[in-house]
Design a protein around this ligand. Structure first.
Ligand SMILES: Cc1cc2nc3c(=O)[nH]c(=O)nc-3n(C[C@@H](O)[C@@H](O)[C@H](O)COP(=O)(O)OP(=O)(O)OC[C@H]3O[C@@H](n4cnc5c(N)ncnc54)[C@H](O)[C@@H]3O)c2cc1C
Length: 291
């Protein structure tokens, strides 16, 4: 592995200062489950590795009915899926957090690192997009908020500029009568990367007979995690019916533009976009109805 200096940052301004000074040659380290592998394989290079796990803002995990959920970028997955508020209010996030790697990986890996790696197949992105997550991004001078669906540019590429880091992901409070779910298709039960995945969040009316709205996102079917607003639009205002769900699943399938690789063919992924969207929607509806 290429030699690098290791700097454990204690404050946000210290990290931002180093990132601004070192530019492209500085990399943030959270759990290291991607970064260390990438550095070892020569897929990333770094002169300075800035450990961000000791920065308080990146370690916050808080929920309020008014503000929703704040997940610091360095909060490991095990803290997220063991958190009573996340379990109660964001079950779709639990679906994803418990799927990533195995127990050992979940002890270190973070949602922040998962989205910053920007894998099209990353398991957290579809459900975070469905939940309308916003990225809080900071640099030496500025803090800004970016909707997650606008965060990705391509495989391994995000809108983050040299000198910027992800501080937290913010999810709005769950709407009344809403439910969400995340599912992925993999050939084995665990420790594998999604062939195709879907995250869905639905909002139902008071009677729970009609959709008020929905947000659907897919994984591993495009160069970035793919938000499909057409699928949500196919549901808005419609009665909950097989026809409406079918229309949304077909819209997701139409939006998917997958490639063929060692994990699956483009044709299989197109089909899976339909199947996984349907299943994620059915689970989200069940949860919205209290199931
Ligand atoms: C055995 C194994 C199994 C896995 N299984 C899955 C799986 O099933 N599903 C899945 O989605 N992933 C899987 N992964 C990958 C998953 O562990 C990572 O994507 C993880 O979530 C990244 O988080 P991290 O904290 O380890 O990030 P790190 O490795 O520390 O960082 C990842 C990237 O993000 C950057 N970064 C980190 N924090 C910040 C920040 N605050 N601001 C800006 N940039 C930052 C780093 O510089 C690096 O480029 C697996 C990995 C392994 C090793």
């Amino acid at each position: 592995m290429q030699a690098f200096s290791y700097v454990p940052a204690r404050t946000l301004s210290e990290a931002a200062e180093i990132l601004a000074r070192e530019g492209e040659q500085a990399k943030c380290l959270s759990g290291g489950t991607d970064l260390i592998v990438f550095l070892r394989e020569g897929r990333r290079s770094a002169k300075v590795v800035v450990d961000v796990k000791g920065i308080p803002e990146l370690n916050q995990l808080s929920y309020s009915p008014k503000e929703g959920l704040t997940v610091g970028a360095a909060v490991p997955l095990h803290r997220i899926y063991n958190d009573a508020q996340v379990i109660a209010h964001y079950p779709g996030l639990i679906d994803a957090a418990t799927l990533i790697g195995g127990i050992a990986i979940q002890g270190r890996a973070t949602l922040g690192g998962n989205v910053c790696t920007a894998s099209p197949a990353g398991d957290s992105s579809p459900i975070l997009i469905a939940y309308e997550a916003t990225c809080v991004v900071a640099s030496r001078n500025v803090t800004k908020a970016i909707p997650l669906e606008k965060f990705f540019l391509g495989p391994g590429r995000t809108v983050l500029q040299p000198g910027e880091l992800l501080v937290a992901l913010k999810l709005p409070p769950p709407r009344p009568n809403s439910g969400a779910a995340y599912l992925r298709f993999i050939p084995r039960n665990e420790m594998d990367i999604a062939v195709t995945s879907a995250g869905a969040m639905v909002v139902l009316d008071e009677e729970k007979t009609h959709f008020v709205g929905a947000r659907i996102a897919l994984g591993a079917v495009a160069p970035t995690p793919l938000f499909v607003p057409e699928a949500g639009a196919a549901l808005a205002g419609q009665p909950i019916s097989d026809e409406a769900i079918e229309a949304a699943a077909r819209a997701a399938q139409a939006a998917a533009r997958p490639i063929t690789d060692m994990r699956g063919s483009a044709e299989q992924r197109k089909h899976l976009s339909y199947v996984m969207t349907k299943r994620a929607l059915l689970r989200a509806i069940e949860r919205a109805r209290g199931g």
